[in-house]
Design a protein around this ligand. Structure first.
Ligand code: NAP
Length: 364
């Protein structure tokens, strides 16, 4: 039976506003699922592509990475999902150039490996904030080329490791804090003061105001004190060793969810003090930076090859049960816009205007 589909198309470089028009009804290939989208979320990359005209080579196409909805059809070899199930999915039309895998349409094709069922208690609008943040955080935290943390578990054991998440109130930061905590890792995070309680509620053990000029000193003091406390346990000894950060074998590094010149300047000062620590950025590594620091970028496309084990440990083994048991929260808070595909351009403009511990979601 033919099923009608519609999409919010970007027809050419810099094309604005998006145009709602018919789209091909997708047919699922091996390992693929067709989702009837109930809600989609906006990511910074969507309005950046429209404004700057980069990344996409072939137009017209369909943007969007995050969907929540109901499984309409399953392709050969799909084992974990069935028709009628409520799900979320992170889709990769931007990486593979296939408009069928864009989120901004009524019916999207998704790979089962980047999907999870969601519980009845979780609305589609809330659930839609998670998918691309899950994949991004998985690459940053678990890839051997990045922070290489232990995989998350429902009953984590303390690993003795510590990381800093710069931008804990961002979408990527919010999920990364929750996953790292589920890996038994201590998380120090930065955020605006108004978001301290929010970031603590995700599992961060300490939160620092990134607008405070002494934020780097505060984090360094905390890292050094944590390290010394693990070795010695006495305040006097800690104070005596405060200038010997090289004793810290357990500070793994920084996940910079924001990755601007300003945030990079901050963690560079921190990394100077810790020989083995590294940083992961969510944007391309600035030229030359990796000559002086151990710094790498998240690479979601490598979750299909080099980092398959990390992808499966998170998307297959952790997320479904963690959502069902409430251990993984669908955060940050959605700003929900009604109005279907026609509302997506407004939603992109709303995200571009700035969000704080929020993600813009469109109800379809
Ligand atoms: N490479 C990839 O595959 C990939 C995937 C996803 C995202 N990204 C990139 O990752 C970045 C983050 O995306 P997102 O969706 O997570 O962003 P977002 O949620 O839109 O980020 C907004 C948040 O950033 C925080 N922030 C802004 N400046 C900050 C600073 N100087 N220090 C600390 N926090 C700061 C704000 O915190 P307060 O509200 O507390 O001030 C705000 O809550 C974007 O550049 C995006 O393009 C890359």
């Amino acid at each position: 039976m033919a099923t009608k589909n519609k999409a919010a198309w970007i027809r050419a470089k810099h094309d604005k506003p998006l145009q709602v028009d018919t789209a091909l009804p997708p047919a699922p290939g091996p390992g693929e699922v067709v989702i009837r989208n109930a809600a989609i979320a906006i990511n910074p990359i969507d309005w950046k592509i429209q404004d700057y005209g980069f990344l996409v080579e072939h137009y017209p196409t369909i943007l969007g990475e995050d969907v929540a909805g109901i499984v309409q059809d399953v392709g050969p070899g799909v084992m974990r999902l069935r028709k009628g199930q409520r799900v979320i999915g992170n889709v990769h039309g931007l990486d593979n150039g296939n408009p069928a895998q864009g989120a901004f349409q009524l019916l999207t094709t998704a790979e089962e490996t980047y999907m999870s069922p969601i519980p009845e208690s979780l609305s589609f609008e809330r659930a839609a904030v998670l998918p691309s943040a899950i994949s991004t955080a998985s690459s940053a935290l678990y890839s051997k080329a990045n922070l290489a943390l232990p995989f998350p578990s429902l009953e984590p054991k303390p690993s003795g490791k510590t990381i800093v998440v710069w931008g804990g109130a961002s979408s990527v930061g919010s999920t990364a804090i929750q996953l790292a905590t589920a890996s038994g890792v201590t998380v120090l995070a930065t955020a605006s003061k108004k978001n301290f309680e929010y970031v603590r509620s995700l599992g961060a053990s300490k939160v620092f105001d990134y607008k405070d000029p002494s934020v780097v000193d505060q984090i360094l003091s905390s890292l050094i004190a944590t390290s010394c406390a693990q070795f010695l346990g006495s305040v006097e000894e800690i104070l005596g060793l405060i200038d010997r950060p090289e004793t810290d074998a357990d500070f793994v590094g920084v996940l910079d969810a924001v990755s601007t010149d300003e945030t990079i300047a901050c963690w560079k000062t921190i990394l100077h003090r810790f020989e083995n620590a590294r940083a992961v950025v969510t944007l391309p590594v600035p030229a030359g930076l990796d000559e002086f620091f151990k710094v790498t970028s998240v690479e979601i496309h490598l979750l299909d090859s080099r980092d398959k084990d990390a992808r499966d440990a998170v998307w297959r083994d952790y997320v479904p049960t963690a959502l069902a048991t409430g251990k993984l929260q669908a955060k940050p808070e959605p700003i929900v816009l009604n109005g279907g595909l026609e509302m997506i351009q407004t939603a992109m403009d709303r995200h571009k205007a700035g969000v704080s511990a929020q993600k813009v979601v469109v109800q379809l």
